[in-house]
Design a protein around this ligand. Structure first.
Ligand SMILES: CCCCC/C=C\C/C=C\C/C=C\C/C=C\CCCC(=O)SCCNC(=O)CCNC(=O)[C@H](O)C(C)(C)COP(=O)(O)OP(=O)(O)OC[C@H]1O[C@@H](n2cnc3c(N)ncnc32)[C@H](O)[C@@H]1OP(=O)(O)O
Length: 225
């Protein structure tokens, strides 16, 4: 699909979000179902039909989606916040760029379970990584995560509203550091997990190399100065 007009992109984004929500419901049912074997087999056939329907026009693996904005970094299939992603929890994030802060809200579903009833530790790291990078990006210091330290202080339960706060701490040349906390919405004083990251902005020429296969200008990961 070629580039969309702003109006077309808005309409398509709405449809992508609806499909994403339907697929997340499907994934949730798929990981929780205890229906008899014949029902499982029937569902497998229906799922394969759905795959054929969507596969009539597919992007290559490096191609950027028509609904995305590579300059601002809005990604509709992000595994963290993408409205179109079946694997995203998804987290809803509010940006406070003037304060170098962002606040994510998320209730983690069954598909992202680690120990029984608890959120997988890699998922906790992913949620922290996102708000860490995003707090810096919002304040104009887009970069890739160079180091990420996660401290798991308390078990994080599935199905509980969570708040994940990222805060940009310092910027020095292409390097930015940020910290993040994950808490339960109803107990904001108890830290469940915390993160710290070094984000390094790519030099412009390095960014052109790294993202060459997308065939697009990708500005959100480079130094903006
Ligand atoms: C959809 C609807 C809703 C709308 C949503 C709207 C908006 C959403 C927008 C945004 C979302 C925002 C953002 C968040 C998104 C995603 C977050 C995910 C982040 C990631 O998932 S990201 C992937 C994983 N990540 C990598 O894939 C990195 C691989 N890696 C490399 O690509 C290189 O390794 C690199 C680039 C890191 C460095 O490479 P390089 O060549 O530039 O490095 P170089 O040597 O020049 O270092 C430069 C200076 O950094 C220092 N430095 C470097 N590394 C260091 C280390 N480890 N420790 C300490 N210091 C270090 C040096 O010491 C030097 O410092 P100095 O300049 O002072 O000498």
């Amino acid at each position: 699909m070629g580039e969309l007009t702003p109006g077309e992109r808005e309409v398509r984004r709405g449809a992508v979000g609806e499909l994403g929500e339907a697929l997340r419901d499907l994934v949730d049912a798929a990981v929780r179902t205890e229906v008899p074997l014949d029902r499982l087999t029937e569902a497998t056939g229906a799922a394969r039909e759905l795959t054929a329907l969507l596969s009539a026009d597919l992007r290559e693996v490096h191609e950027i989606a028509s609904v995305d904005d590579p300059e601002t970094g809005e990604r509709w299939y992000s595994p963290v916040y993408g409205p179109g992603s079946p694997v995203a929890p998804p987290m809803v994030v509010e940006d406070f760029p003037d304060e170098g802060r962002c606040v994510g809200r998320v209730t983690v579903p069954k598909k992202l379970e680690g120990p029984p009833g608890l959120v997988h530790g890699g998922v906790v790291a992913t949620l922290l990584d996102h708000v860490l990078a995003r707090s810096a990006r919002g304040a104009g210091h887009g970069g890739l995560t160079a180091t990420l330290t996660v401290t798991y202080r308390r078990p994080v339960h599935l199905g509980v509203p969570l708040v994940v706060i990222g805060q940009l701490v310092s910027v020095e040349g292409r390097r930015a550091t940020a910290t993040a906390r994950l808490v339960a919405a109803d107990d904001p004083d108890t830290t469940l997990a915390e993160g710290e990251a070094l984000l390094v902005a790519l030099r412009a020429e390095r960014a052109s190399e790294v993202f060459a296969r997308t065939g697009r200008d990708v500005g959100a990961w480079t130094s903006r100065s």
